[in-house]
Design a protein around this ligand. Sequence first.
Ligand SMILES: [Zn+2]
Length: 125
Amino acid sequence: MSRAQRRASLSAFKREAAGGHLDVHLVPTDAPINNPLLQRAASHWRAGIAALRPTCIGCKAKFADGAQAGAFVMTIPSGAPTAVSVSAICGDCWRDATDKEVEAAALRVVRRVLPGATFDQEPPR
Ligand SMILES: [Zn+2]
C-alpha cells in the first residue's frame, strides 16, 4: 500500500460515539495539505513545538529535540468540526513502521479522546 493510499484509507475511518464520531486524518508532512483547516492545524502544531514539546506517537522522540515529523494524525470531532487536534509521527517511524503499527499508534491517539474506540470504515449512520 502506498503512502497516498494509506492516507486515503485512514481518512475514511470514522468512529461513532455518543453524539457523534471522530474523523481521523493521516497526513504526510511531505505532501501538500489542501484542506485549509488541516493546514492551519499543522502550522499551529509546528509553531507550538518549542512550548508544547510534542513527542512522536510511535517512539516518543521529542520534536523539540530535533525529531522531524513524517506525518500528522489529525482528529476532528463531528460535534466541533473546527476543533482539530494534531499528533505527529516522526520521520523514522513513518518510514519504518508497518501500516499496522501506524494504525495502532493513531488508535492510541484516538483513544485519548474516545476510550475504547475502534476504527470503523463504515460511515456513521
Ligand atoms: Zn517515532
